[in-house]
Design a protein around this ligand. Sequence first.
Ligand SMILES: Cc1ncc(COP(=O)(O)O)c(C=O)c1O
Length: 388
Amino acid sequence: MIKKDIQNFLGTRVEINLDLLKRNFTELKKNIDPKVKIAGVVKANAYGHDLHTISDELVMLGCDYLMVASLREALSIRKYFEKEKSHPSVPIMVMGATTQSDFELAIKANITLTLFSLEDANRLNALALDLKTTAKVHVKMDTGFNRLGYKDHRLMVEDIQKMVQMPAIYVEGLFTHLALTDRDSDAIQFRKFDDVISALQAIGIEIPLKHVCDSIGTIAYPERQYDLVRMGALLYGYCSRPTPFELSPIMNFKTNISAIKWIEAGEGVSYDSTYIVNEKRKIATLPVGYADGLPRMLSNQGYFIVSGMKAPIVGLMCMDQCMVDVTHISDCEVGSEVILFDSKALPLVLLASQAKTNRNEILSRISMRVPRVFFKEDKICKIVDYLL
Ligand SMILES: Cc1ncc(COP(=O)(O)O)c(C=O)c1O
């Protein structure tokens, strides 16, 4: 359910600042060639930020394309936009594989599919012909990531030559993905991509949207933006390389203390008593656990922020709760705010390193139990609560 007018929201929640999303997008736009299109990558619930809200905002900001990993994500955006009567013609693309049994759904919802075989192209063409429409596709090329795409580039050029002649297929794009191991291996990937573009041009085929770069690629190789860049992390405020403009993470993860108790020397905390205190300690219980998206690796590891101070995580992380030691924090009580991560006191990358994972894993695993509270001009403008 989407609530719009609650001005105060306590409990476990993520707060998402849409003004900062706008700032990240605007800065990005200033730093790329105006001819280059921007695709917003909104897979995995827009990296945990809410698929529908972020898709809507990005299109309003001027994003040219929305890209997701799976057809169901693409259909979900299309359905939402239909319900809201907004952005009826925004292009939405599935970057991952789609099974033939789902082709008809994709065609009917005008979803661009990624193809990497002639067999799939033939099937899609036949279905699109039956439905008296055209199916838009981007062909994926594997240049070294070894995940998805044509590995045999000569075969790919031959297949594209056949695809462009199919009456109900429109080959709009050609793309690959960088492994970003180092500049030398990236250069090899770019060279393979360029060789295919040249081979296609030599037989008179010009593909309108050629694209390679994600957030890091776009920043590291400003001269390699081709016709489109696929931006995920950077829009949400993250990039692991130095950026020519300031980036602002748009999400803070917060909760409020649900209980505080003193425990005596020799007592343990949580399952298995893996944390036993050797003196009297003040322990705060938080209503957030691994089912909300906190890594269980944070058991007895790392800290959260209470009243501006570090509160070490103690004991095993439970499904719905966890405990922090607040003995040294006098200024806290039941209801006090706790920062699980934010852009200042406890950056997500730091929390991720404490949990021995990366930021995208934490973001994308923030569960449906956690309401997304959206802010514009310091006021709550929307709350997305997946459960109510
Ligand atoms: C094919 C592809 N392109 C673009 C992206 C966006 O990457 P980033 O979040 O680094 O911008 C991803 C994300 O993993 C991806 O898989």
